[in-house]
Design a protein around this ligand. Structure first.
Ligand SMILES: Cc1cc2nc3c(=O)[nH]c(=O)nc-3n(C[C@H](O)[C@H](O)[C@H](O)COP(=O)(O)OP(=O)(O)OC[C@H]3O[C@@H](n4cnc5c(N)ncnc54)[C@H](O)[C@@H]3O)c2cc1C
Length: 368
C-alpha cells in the first residue's frame, strides 16, 4: 500500500479494492491473496458474516438451501438445528483469521469515482475511514441492505404493521394476528410455513408459483443461471436465480400446504386501513402485511461511475462491467448464490490480472 495526493487530500493506494466481505468478497480476497495481488477489503458490518449476520433465527442450517464452502477451507461439521446466522458468522470469522485476511470494518464505501479520463487510470474510493485509490474495484456488496418494497394503492393508509423479511424476527410476534404474506419466493413460503403454525395467514403473489418435486440437477441449475446471465449481458436488471428455478416441495412445505397455508391468491387490488381489497371487491381484514418481495443489488456507491444503461441494468461481460473493465460485480445477478459468489470471485480476479499494471507478483501460493 502507498499513498498518493489527489483532489487536495492524501489517499492511500492499493491495486485492488474489494468492497464487501460476504461470500463473494471473501472468495475474491482468497484468489487475490493466492495470486499475490495487493488489495484492501472494506466491509460495512461490525464483524464477519456478511448478510448472514442479520438472517432471522429460525433460518437454520437445516432450512437454508445449501451453502457452498468458502474457497480453500471447508465448513466445519454442521448442526442442522443451529441458526444459519450463528453458524455462518462463526465460519466466516474463522476463515478470515485462518487465511489472515485483513478486512477493514466497519468501513462503508460511500462513493467510487474515476480519478481522471484515463481509461487505465486509478479509481477513487471515498470511505467512512478515509480516501483510497485503486487500479480496480471488486464490488461484492450483496443485496441485503436494499430490501424491495413494491408500491400499492392505499399502502400508507394501513393501520396494521407492514414489514419486509429483512426486518422479520420470529413468528411468535404475530400470534393472534392475521398475517398477509406477499411474494412468490423461497422466503415467502418458508415464512408462511412457520407463521401459519402460530396464527392465521393469507398468501398473495403476482404470478402463480411454479413448484418442482425434486432438487435441481446440475444441468437444470446451469440453465437457470444462464437465463439470468443472458439478462445482465443485455443490460437488463437481474432477476434472482431463485426466481427462475421455481419452488421445491420439501416435507415441511407439503405439511404447510396440507394445512392450507400455501393456498395462493392473485394480488389484491389495493390496501385499506383494515386490510386489503381483493380483486373480487371483498375486503380481507389483516393486522400485518409481510413483504417477502426480495432485494435489489446494493450499488448506490457506484453511481458516480454512471454504469447503468437505458435498460435500467448494467451491461455485464461475465463479472466485468462492459463499459468499465476496472469494475467487477460479484454476487450480482447470476452469481447471487453462495456457489455463484465463489465462482465470480475467482473469475473477477482472473480478469483483473489481465488489466495493465496488474500482473501478479507471485504466481501461486499453496496453503499449507
Ligand atoms: C434469506 C436468504 C436466504 C438465502 N439462502 C441461501 C442459500 O441457502 N444458499 C445460497 O447459496 N444462497 C442463499 N442466499 C443468497 C446468498 O446469501 C448470497 O447470494 C451469498 O451469501 C453471497 O453474498 P454476498 O457476498 O454477495 O453478499 P452479502 O453476504 O450481503 O455481503 C455483502 C457485504 O457487503 C457489505 N456492504 C454493502 N454495502 C457496502 C458499502 N457501501 N461499503 C462497504 N461494505 C458494504 C455488507 O455490509 C455485507 O457485509 C440467500 C439469501 C437470502 C436473502
Amino acid at each position: 500500500m502507498g499513498r498518493g495526493y489527489h483532489g487536495g487530500v492524501t489517499a492511500a493506494q492499493t491495486d485492488v479494492a474489494v468492497i464487501g466481505a460476504g461470500q463473494a468478497g471473501l472468495s475474491a480476497a482468497y484468489h487475490l491473496q493466492r495470486r499475490g495481488v495487493s488489495h484492501v477489503m472494506f466491509d460495512a458490518e461490525e464483524g464477519p458474516g456478511g448478510a448472514w449476520r442479520h438472517r432471522w433465527k429460525s433460518l437454520r442450517m437445516a432450512t437454508v438451501n445449501g451453502i457452498s464452502d468458502l474457497p480453500g477451507i471447508a465448513k466445519p461439521a454442521v448442526d442442522p438445528r443451529e441458526p444459519s446466522s450463528e453458524f455462518l458468522t462463526r465460519y466466516f470469522r474463522e476463515y478470515e483469521e485462518e487465511l489472515g485476511l485483513s478486512v477493514q470494518r466497519p468501513v462503508k464505501v460511500r462513493a467510487v469515482s474515476r480519478e481522471d479520463d484515463d481509461p487505465a487510470g486509478r479509481l477513487q474510493l471515498d470511505t467512512s475511514r478515509g480516501d483510497w485509490t485503486a487500479r480496480a474495484v471488486i464490488n461484492a456488496t450483496g443485496t441485503w441492505t436494499r430490501p424491495f418494497w413494491p408500491i400499492y394503492p392505499g399502502q400508507s393508509t394501513f393501520r396494521g404493521r407492514q414489514l419486509h423479511v429483512a426486518d422479520y424476527v420470529a413468528a411468535e410476534e404475530f400470534t393472534g394476528k392475521h398475517v398477509i404474506v406477499v411474494g412468490g419466493g423461497i422466503s415467502a413460503v418458508g415464512l408462511l410455513d412457520e407463521i401459519s403454525q402460530v396464527t392465521s395467514t393469507s398468501w398473495f403473489t403476482r404470478r402463480a408459483p411454479v413448484w418442482r418435486d425434486a432438487e435441481f440437477d446440475s444441468r437444470a441449475g446451469h440453465d437457470a443461471v444462464a437465463l439470468v446471465e443472458e439478462r445482465v449481458r443485455k443490460g437488463l436488471p437481474p432477476q434472482s436465480v431463485v426466481s427462475v428455478t421455481g419452488l421445491i416441495w420439501t416435507p415441511a412445505l407439503r405439511a404447510a400446504a396440507a394445512r392450507g397455508a400455501l393456498d395462493r391468491q392473485p394480488m389484491f387490488a389495493a390496501i385499506e386501513p383494515d386490510g386489503v381489497r381483493l380483486a373480487d371487491g371483498n375486503l380481507l381484514k389483516a393486522d400485518v402485511i409481510l413483504w417477502a418481495t426480495g432485494f435489489r443489488a446494493e450499488l448506490e456507491h457506484l453511481a458516480p461511475l454512471h454504469l447503468r444503461g437505458p435498460g435500467g441494468g448494467i451491461v455485464m461481460d461475465g463479472t466485468q462491467v462492459a463499459a468499465e473493465p476496472r469494475v467487477h460485480l460479484v454476487g450480482y445477478g447470476p452469481s447471487s448464490s453462495t456457489i455463484g459468489a465463489n465462482r465470480a470471485g475467482r473469475a473477477a480476479v482472473a480478469a483483473i490480472l489481465k488489466l495493465p499494471g496488474l500482473a501478479p507478483a507471485v504466481e501461486t501460493v499453496t496453503w499449507g
